[in-house]
Design a protein around this ligand. Structure first.
Ligand code: ARG
Ligand code: ZN
Ligand code: CA
Length: 292
């Protein structure tokens, strides 16, 4: 397809997506994967005002064509930071390579791929055990590399049952060093965090880093996650509840998107991004990350 035509088509798709944008409630982006454990909220990423501000900024920039380049995919350099404590959390290069393969398989249909640039290892028990709260800033200030189009991955022990958390593309400008995803070390392939040990916590957190929200964002409001081809979902799905339909009735076509990487189901259960999620990732990357 001619490049100019592709740009026109992309803008048309985006216009449809953003015309449906409205206020919506929020979910913690760092929610506990175990419903029985208490969620710990440290950052304020779940603040609906903040999410709304992000979306306004995004649609404003799209309208103003305030992006360097329209992209549909590309190779994302990855800087891997293993933060461990003595004999805990010092994961093997094999686990990191397996994680890269899982990521690349998960994003294969989106046009995005991930290439490991370097791995560094830091023995620091304070950072290791509090990498979700107090130690996030010191850890990232010391270790972060690259710029907006580079992915920084930290493994450590976020504690409190948290599998991982991520920053969003639109947050980059205000705090470049904070950009990246943080993962529970045992969520990597072969780790001990069953049933979250096939590497899809990284897939999910990178989804946030690419600009995606949870499929259950905003509950049954139809477009809570700002993509319209993921059926509305009242709350996170856990396990792999086939046939779940938490927003029932004619108003809400489709069963819950429990196989989507942006839900909370078990790793074996999730295996896809939707077409519009792919489009949103491309658009977010084009506005906030490419060439920055
Ligand atoms: N609860 C985490 C978050 O909201 C990650 C959930 C990942 N789910 C999984 N099956 N690995 O960011
Ligand atoms: Zn999430
Ligand atoms: Ca794409």
């Amino acid at each position: 397809m001619r490049k100019s035509l592709r740009i026109v088509l992309l803008l048309a798709v985006l216009a449809v997506i953003f015309s449906v944008t409205a206020f919506y409630s929020s979910e913690s982006l760092t929610a506990n994967a175990d419903p029985n454990k208490r969620e710990r909220i440290c950052a304020t990423d779940d603040d609906p005002v903040k999410i709304d501000r992000r979306e306004r900024d995004f649609s404003d920039r799209i309208a103003a064509r305030a992006y360097n380049r329209v992209v549909y995919g590309g190779v994302i350099p990855v800087y891997f930071h293993v933060v461990y404590s003595g004999t805990s959390g010092n994961i093997s290069d094999q686990m990191i390579n397996d994680q890269m393969n899982v990521l690349n398989a998960a994003y294969a249909n989106t046009g995005w791929s991930f290439q490991l640039v370097s791995t560094n290892r830091t023995n620091n028990s304070t950072w290791y055990n509090d990498c979700y709260c107090a130690s996030e800033t010191p850890m990232k200030n010391a270790l972060h590399q690259g710029s907006a189009d580079d992915l920084n991955v930290y493994t450590c022990n976020p504690s409190g049952g948290i599998l991982g958390y991520a920053t969003f593309p639109s947050d980059y400008a205000s705090n470049p060093l904070r950009d990246g995803v943080v993962l529970l070390h045992s969520s990597l392939p072969g780790g001990s965090a069953t049933p979250y040990n096939l590497g899809d916590t990284a897939t999910h957190e990178v989804g946030h880093w690419m600009g995606l929200y949870h499929t259950f964002q905003g509950g049954c409001s139809r477009n809570g996650d700002l993509v319209s081809d993921t059926p509305a979902e009242r709350s996170p799905a856990y396990g792999c509840p086939g046939g779940r339909d938490s927003c029932a009735g004619n108003k809400y076509p489709g069963l819950d998107p429990i196989t989507n990487f942006m839900d909370y189901t078990d790793d074996f259960c999730m295996d896809r991004f939707s077409t519009e999620q792919d489009g949103r990732m491309d658009a977010q990357f084009g506005v906030y990350r490419v060439d920055k």
